[in-house]
Write a protein that binds this ligand. Structure first.
Ligand code: COA
Length: 330
């Protein structure tokens, strides 16, 4: 019988330092009312200097291992979804492997931007389903404050820092765990949301620094237009494809980029507010971390029961977008 990948542990980490809308009012020409009404964001967390995404990913994974009393040496594979790796290389996965003491694991980073966590969960599940591995850690970690221009009001209000993680393990029950996913990318959208500097095309130079090419650039209006349709389409599609209805979904856990995009997807799926997990007000857009962070909060609030259907969905730079259906198994 085909094995399924089930989530057996969930963890997260958010830095203590809070950057509120009021704080931002003192930094750029913006105001709390504009930010809340356009995005739903009230505050976000900022990681201190001298620490990178690996620190937050490590903390999220440590939470799982401590709660489940698992020896790090049991981990086979560490996948880290991130657009803010500590360094170009070595990978953030290698750093976390070393920090946590996962001496039998291999690992790699994966860049699917804001859809990165769904890409990573679908990837991690393959190593479980194939029988290759028994314990796969899937981490989403982003220190967005490292690539945000805090003089650009159109982007600096949107992003924050955090990490989340799950542990995937095999189950013989065919109807539980990661049941299905739909993933897309369309590189023609690259011009609307990117960070150009620091890679092989535009290596770091005085010019790339002067032109602010090491910061996020976003054409918000165009990205919004694509995100609002693509995320709603792919969320509704995975529910229909699996012969489910909105009523049967316990929680919709969307990428937290903008409350209006989340609401549009939830409406398309016919969900009411109690089914939609929203924490964008407290964390903003933490890129690859939004979905596991939200899942971990729901899990630790003891709102999940065995048998619950969960739909995740995201849209991000690339463009990338996708959805994933899972059935809670523990
Ligand atoms: N405070 C006050 N005014 C601001 C502002 C801020 N922080 N940022 C932009 N504005 C202004 C603009 O300058 C513009 O003024 P103008 O009309 O005089 O030119 C006005 O507000 C409207 O800007 P616009 O960009 O059209 O706003 P919007 O309603 O599209 O909201 C976003 C902007 C970024 C919130 C929205 O476009 C968005 O969420 N985009 C998608 C983000 C996303 O999903 N990213 C994908 C995944 S990472």
């Amino acid at each position: 019988m085909r094995r399924k990948a089930i989530i057996t542990g969930v963890g997260h980490y958010a830095p203590e330092k809070v950057l509120s809308n009021k704080d931002l009012e003192r930094m750029v020409d913006t105001n709390d009312e504009w930010i809340v009404s356009r995005t739903g964001i009230r505050e976000r967390r900022i990681l201190e200097e001298g620490k990178g995404s690996s620190y937050m990913g490590y903390q999220a994974l440590k939470m799982i291992l401590e709660e489940k009393d698992i020896d790090p040496e049991e981990i086979d594979l560490i996948i880290v979804a991130t657009v803010t790796p500590d360094t170009m290389f070595p990978s953030t996965a290698c750093r976390i492997q070393h920090m946590i003491g996962a001496s039998n694991a291999w690992g790699f980073d994966l860049n699917g931007a804001c859809t990165g966590y769904i890409y990573a969960l679908a990837t991690g599940a393959q190593f479980i389903e194939s029988g290759a591995h028994k314990k796969v850690a899937v981490i989403g970690a982003d220190k967005m404050s490292a690539i945000v221009d805090y003089t650009d009001r159109s982007t600096c209000v949107l992003f924050g820092d955090a990490a989340g993680a799950v542990l995937l393990e095999p189950s013989e029950e065919a109807d539980y765990g990661i049941l299905d996913w739909i993933l897309h990318c369309d590189g023609s959208g690259g011009e609307y949301l990117h960070m150009l500097g620091g890679g092989s095309l535009y290596p770091a130079s005085h010019e790339t620094v002067d032109k602010k090419m090491h910061y996020i650039y976003q054409d918000g209006r165009t990205v919004f237009k694509f995100a609002v349709t693509k995320m709603a389409d792919v969320s509704a599609e995975i529910v229909e494809k699996n012969n489910l209805t909105g009523n049967e979904i316990k929680f919709f856990i969307p990428h937290q980029a903008n409350l209006r995009i989340i609401d549009a997807a939830a409406r398309r799926m016919g969900l009411d507010d109690s089914q939609v997990v929203v924490n964008i007000d407290r964390y903003g857009n933490t890129t690859a971390a939004t979905i596991p962070l939200a899942l971990s909060e729901v899990y630790h609030d003891q709102k999940l029961q065995r048998g619950d259907y969960i739909v995740m969905a995201a849209f991000g730079a690339g463009f990338t977008w996708g959805s994933l259906l899972l059935r809670w198994a523990i």
